[in-house]
Design a protein around this ligand. Structure first.
Ligand code: FAD
Length: 284
C-alpha cells in the first residue's frame, strides 16, 4: 500500500451527504476520498422532480447531481468506485477493505444512505456461517465447495467469475435486469427469487421459489452492505445509525450523516449533516 492510499478522511458513500462531507473536508485542506459502489449521486439520481432544494427549482435528480459532481470535480476530490465491505479500527487509523483493495484512513464519515432491499430469511442468522457479502474476500473458504451468488448489480458478475475458478459449482441468481454475457460459462444462471437460507450450524441450502440448491456458501452482493456489518460495534437506533449532536457515532473517529442517521430522508438534511459531520471530523 502506498502513502497515497492513506487518507485523512474517508467518506463511505457518494450521495448528497457524502459529497457535501467531502467538499467540507477538502476546503479545510484535508486529504479526503469518497468511496462509492455505484455512481456518484445516490438515491436522488432517480427523482423525476426536485422542488424543495434551495436554489434549484423544478430540476430532476440527475440535473441536481450534475451540479454536485461539477463541484466535486472542481475541488479535485478523489473518488474511488469500489464498495467498502469492512472497516477495522487499528488504533491509530482505520483499515478499509473493498472487493479489490485495502486502504487506510484516520477518520471515517459514513454516508451510506438507507438500504431498502429486504434481507433474505436466514441471512442474518447465517452471516459468517456460510453467508458472506464479499466473494473476493471470503471466497477461499469455499474452495471446491458449492456456492450461490445472489447478485443485485452488474458488479456481482466479476465476483461470480472469481468463484467459478475456486468453487466446485457456482450458481448465479441475478436480481436485476442486465447483460449476463460476461459471466463465465461454468456458472449456472438461475432466474428465481431466493426465499430462505437454511442450515444447521452452517449453511447447507438455499431455497428458491421452485427448487432448492444444496450449497455451502451464499454470497449476497448488494451495492450496499448493512452499516453495522461494515464496522463492528456500531450502535444503531432502530435501523438508523445512532449519533450525538456532533454527528459522532459511538465509535471513536467514526461519524455519520444523511439518510443513514434517520428521518427526514431528504437532500437538504443530508447535505447539512454531511457538512457538520465533516467539520467535526477535521477538528483536532
Ligand atoms: C425516487 C426518489 C425521489 C426523491 N425525491 C426527493 C426530493 O424531491 N427531495 C428530497 O429532498 N429528497 C428526495 N429523495 C430522497 C433523497 O434522494 C435522499 O434523502 C438523499 O439522496 C439522501 O442522501 P444520502 O447521501 O444520505 O444517501 P444516498 O443518496 O442513499 O447515497 C448513499 C450512497 O452510498 C453508496 N454506498 C452505500 N454503501 C456503500 C458502501 N459500502 N461502499 C461504497 N458506497 C456505498 C450508495 O451506492 C449511494 O450512492 C428522493 C428519493 C427517491 C428514491
Amino acid at each position: 500500500m502506498s502513502e497515497q492510499d492513506h487518507f485523512e478522511v474517508a467518506v463511505i458513500g457518494g450521495g448528497p451527504a457524502g459529497m457535501s462531507a467531502a467538499v467540507n473536508v477538502k476546503i479545510r485542506n484535508k486529504d479526503v476520498v469518497i468511496f462509492e459502489s455505484q455512481q456518484l449521486g445516490g438515491k436522488i439520481l432517480t427523482a423525476p422532480h426536485v422542488d424543495n432544494y434551495l436554489g434549484f427549482y423544478d430540476v430532476n435528480g440527475q440535473e441536481l447531481v450534475n451540479s454536485f459532481i461539477d463541484h466535486i470535480n472542481k475541488l479535485e476530490i478523489d473518488v474511488i468506485k469500489e464498495k467498502i465491505v469492512q472497516i477495522y479500527s487499528m488504533g491509530e487509523y482505520f483499515s478499509l477493505t473493498t472487493n479489490q483493495e485495502a486502504y487506510k484512513a484516520d477518520k471515517i464519515i459514513l454516508t451510506t444512505g438507507v438500504n431498502n432491499k429486504a434481507q433474505i430469511k436466514g441471512e442474518a442468522d447465517f452471516l459468517g456461517q456460510g453467508v458472506s457479502y464479499c466473494a473476493t474476500c471470503d471466497g477461499q473458504l469455499y474452495r471446491d465447495k458449492e456456492v450461490a451468488i445472489i447478485g443485485y448489480s452488474e458488479g456481482s458478475l466479476e465476483e461470480a467469475n472469481f468463484m467459478a475458478d475456486l468453487a466446485a459449482n457456482t450458481y448465479f441468481i441475478p436480481r436485476y435486469d442486465g447483460d449476463l454475457s460476461e459471466l463465465d460459462n461454468r456458472v449456472e444462471i438461475i432466474e428465481e427469487k431466493p426465499k430462505v437460507i437454511e442450515g444447521d450450524n452452517l449453511v447447507n441450502k438455499l431455497v428458491l421459489e421452485n427448487r432448492s440448491l444444496d450449497v455451502d456458501g451464499v454470497f449476497i452482493l448488494r451495492p450496499t452492505v448493512p452499516t453495522d456489518e461494515i464496522i463492528s460495534g456500531l450502535e444503531l437506533e432502530g435501523s438508523f445509525i445512532r449519533i450525538d449532536s456532533d454527528f459522532k457515532t459511538n465509535l471513536e473517529g467514526v461519524y455519520a450523516a444523511g439518510d443513514c442517521t434517520g428521518k427526514p430522508l431528504q437532500v437538504a438534511k443530508a447535505i447539512g449533516e454531511g457538512q457538520v459531520a465533516a467539520l467535526n471530523a477535521v477538528k483536532k
